[in-house]
Write a new protein. Structure first.
Length: 352
C-alpha cells in the first residue's frame, strides 16, 4: 500500500506521515521536485519553512529513500506493495495521474482551518526565532499555494479518496484520531462487493428522471449484474421531469397519490428488465432506497433471495414485515462516506 498525503500549508500532513511511520509500520518515500516552481517572491526566511513545508505539528520526518522521478518510485513500490509506504511529495497533477492508476495507491488530503494553520505556522516561526508573518500575509501566501493557476494544489486535494479535516490542537489528539481511523485498512483501496454494487445502484439513480426522488437499483446473481434500473416514466412517454407525470409534478408530499403516479420504480424496472427467467435462485437486489410496499410484493413474487438497501424510506417497517413473511432477507448497508472526515471527534461520528 502506498499513501500519498497532500494538503495546505500547516494542515498537518507531515505529522500524519510521521504517525504512520512511527505507529503503523509505514516507511517514508521521497520524490525529487524538479518541475514544481518555487515561490520566488517569498521572503527568504519563509522559503526555508516552505522547503520543509512547515509541517504543522511535529517536524517533517526525513525520507528513507528518495527517487529521481515517479516511475522509479512506482517500480520500487510495485515490487513491495504489501508493505506500507507513504509520501508527501506529490508535486503536480502529472505525478498524481501516474500514482492514482495503481490499485495499491490511496490519496489522502489534509485540511485545517486557516486560523489554526496560521497559529501552527507562527508557533513554528517562534520556535526557529524567525519573524512571524501577519495573518493577511499568510492568507495571501496560502491562497497562492492552493489556488494559483500554475502552482496551486487544490486540484490535487480535490481528487483525494479520503479527506481529513485536522483541527486537532495537540499531537496526542491527532494520534488518537488516526488510530481510530486506521488509514492502512485495505478496504480503502478496493470496494468490497456490497460497496461495489451499492455504488452501481447510486450510479443508476443518477439517470432517474422522476421529480420526486432519485432511486437506483441493481440485480445481482453470483456476483454478476443481471440488470439495472432507475425510476421514471415508461418508454415513449414524456419524462417525469419534463412534465410526464402530473402526480409527481404537483408537489404533494412523499407517498401521497401513489396510485395515480405514472413513474415506474427503480426496483420494478430492474425486475422487468431481468425477467423471471434470469432471476432464479440466490438473486440479490441492491437498492439505494428501501423498497416501497408495491415493489416489495413484486420482489417477493419473483423469488429474490435478499434485498440490500442503503437509505430508509417512509414505510420500511411495513416492507420489512412483508419480506420477512415471504422469506426474503433484508439488510441495510450504507457505503462509507467519501466526504470530509473530522479527525477531532471521530469517535462520535465514525460510520460503521
Ligand atoms: Zn415521477
Ligand atoms: Zn409520478
Ligand atoms: Zn417502489
Amino acid at each position: 500500500m502506498l499513501i500519498g498525503l497532500c494538503g495546505g500549508i500547516c494542515s498537518g500532513k507531515h505529522a500524519i506521515a510521521e504517525y504512520l511511520t512511527q505507529h503503523q509500520g509505514f516507511h517514508l518515500l521521497g520524490l525529487k521536485n524538479r518541475n514544481y516552481p518555487q515561490m520566488s517572491d517569498e521572503p527568504g526566511n519563509r522559503v526555508q519553512l516552505q522547503s520543509s513545508e512547515a509541517s504543522g505539528q511535529g517536524n517533517a520526518p526525513s525520507a528513507e529513500v528518495v527517487f529521481e522521478n515517479v516511475d522509479l518510485l512506482l517500480e520500487f513500490v510495485t515490487k513491495r506493495w504489501r508493505e506500507f509506504w507513504v509520501t508527501t511529495d506529490i508535486w503536480d497533477g502529472a505525478t498524481l495521474d501516474r500514482l492514482i492508476q495503481r490499485p495499491f495507491f490511496l490519496l489522502v488530503s489534509v485540511d485545517a482551518p486557516v486560523s489554526l494553520r496560521w497559529k501552527r505556522f507562527t508557533d513554528r516561526c517562534r520556535e526557529r526565532q524567525i519573524e512571524t508573518p501577519a495573518l493577511e500575509e499568510f492568507v495571501i501566501w496560502n491562497d497562492r499555494h492552493l489556488y494559483d493557476r500554475d502552482i496551486g494544489r487544490a486540484y490535487l486535494t480535490d481528487r483525494a479518496q479520503a479527506r481529513l479535516f485536522n483541527s486537532s490542537s495537540s499531537l496526542d489528539e491527532l494520534h488518537a484520531a488516526l488510530k481510530t481511523l486506521d488509514l492502512a485498512d485495505e478496504q480503502r483501496l478496493r470496494p468490497n462487493w456490497d460497496q461495489y454494487f451499492m455504488q452501481l445502484a447510486s450510479l443508476a439513480a443518477q439517470r432517474s428522471n422522476c421529480m420526486k426522488r432519485r432511486v437506483g437499483c441493481v440485480l445481482v446473481r453470483e456476483r454478476r449484474v443481471i440488470s439495472t434500473g432507475y425510476n421514471g416514466t415508461p418508454r415513449h412517454l414524456k419524462n417525469c421531469n419534463e412534465g410526464g407525470c402530473p402526480r409527481c409534478n404537483c408537489g404533494a408530499g412523499g407517498g401521497v397519490g401513489l396510485s395515480t403516479c405514472l413513474c415506474i420504480h427503480a426496483e420494478e424496472n430492474a425486475l422487468l428488465e431481468a425477467g423471471k427467467e434470469r432471476i432464479r435462485e440466490g438473486a440479490i437486489l441492491y437498492c439505494d432506497t428501501c423498497p416501497c410496499l408495491t415493489c416489495t410484493v413484486k420482489i417477493a413474487q419473483v423469488g429474490i433471495f435478499e434485498v440490500v438497501y442503503s437509505q430508509g424510506y417512509n414505510m420500511d417497517q411495513e416492507s420489512a414485515a412483508i419480506l420477512e413473511s415471504a422469506g426474503v432477507r433484508l439488510r441495510q448497508f450504507s457505503p462509507p462516506r467519501n466526504g470530509l472526515i473530522y479527525l477531532q471527534n471521530l469517535e462520535n461520528t465514525r460510520p460503521e
